[in-house]
Design a protein. Structure first.
Length: 200
C-alpha cells in the first residue's frame, strides 16, 4: 500500500525566520499603537506645564511641573478654587499662565485690604471668600492694592495668583476676565520634583 503524499518539509531554520518576522511585526504594531495613544492623550486629554515665576507662591514654585487635565472643561464648567492653565494672546505675544479661579460668571468681585468679597447673582449682599490656600507670610499687606467691584461676564472666570502682590492676573487690564475658550485645562497635581509632589 502506497504511503500518502506529503508536502515539502519545513526546516527549523525556516520556522525561526518566520517567527522572528512575526515578532518584529508585532513590536511595530505595539509601538505604533503606543505612539498613537500617547499623541491622542497629549493632544486631547493630558498635558504638562512647567511653572515659571512667583505668582502662585507658595502653592507652586518656579520649576514645578504639573499635569493638566485638558478634558475637564469640556465636561463641566470651571469651579471656584480650581488651579487653571490659560492661554493668553497679547498682540504678537502668546504665553500660558497658571492661576486660580476666584470668581465665576455673573458674580461681582472686589478686594479691600486683602479681603476678597463675592456677590453672587441675585444676592443682595456680598460675602467674604474663604481662601485657605493663601500663605500670609508671602502676601504683603497691600496684596497688590484694592480693586473692584467688577462683574464677571458670562462664559468667563476671574483668576488671581496665590501671591496676590506678585501676580499679573484678571485684576490687570492686559489679562482681565478669562474666556472659557482660553482655558487649557485644570492643573491637578505637581508631579516633579518629587519633593514637591502634591494634589492641587
Amino acid at each position: 500500500m502506497d504511503a500518502p503524499a506529503s508536502g515539502p518539509e519545513r526546516s527549523p531554520q525556516h520556522d525561526e525566520v518566520g517567527s522572528g518576522a512575526r515578532a518584529f511585526v508585532d513590536w511595530i504594531v505595539v509601538v505604533a499603537v503606543a505612539l498613537t495613544v500617547a499623541f491622542l492623550v497629549r493632544g486631547f486629554v493630558l498635558a504638562h506645564f512647567v511653572v515659571e515665576g512667583s505668582s502662585m507662591d507658595t502653592t507652586l514654585a518656579t520649576g514645578d511641573r504639573v499635569f493638566v487635565n485638558k478634558l475637564s472643561y469640556r465636561l463641566h464648567d470651571p469651579n471656584r478654587g480650581d488651579v487653571v492653565v490659560l492661554h493668553q494672546i497679547n498682540g504678537a505675544t502668546e504665553r500660558d499662565l497658571i492661576k486660580r479661579v476666584i470668581a465665576l460668571p455673573g458674580e461681582t468681585i472686589e478686594m479691600t485690604n486683602c479681603e476678597v468679597r463675592i456677590t453672587e447673582p441675585g444676592a443682595a449682599d456680598s460675602r467674604v471668600l474663604s481662601e485657605p490656600y493663601l500663605d500670609f507670610d508671602v502676601i504683603s499687606s497691600t496684596c497688590g492694592g484694592d480693586f473692584g467691584p467688577e462683574a464677571v461676564p458670562e462664559d468667563h472666570v476671574f483668576v488671581m495668583g496665590d501671591n496676590r502682590s506678585g501676580s499679573a492676573d484678571s485684576r490687570s487690564p492686559s489679562v482681565g476676565p478669562v474666556s472659557y475658550d482660553d482655558l487649557v485645562g485644570r492643573a491637578f497635581v505637581v508631579f516633579w520634583p518629587q519633593s514637591s509632589w502634591h494634589w492641587l
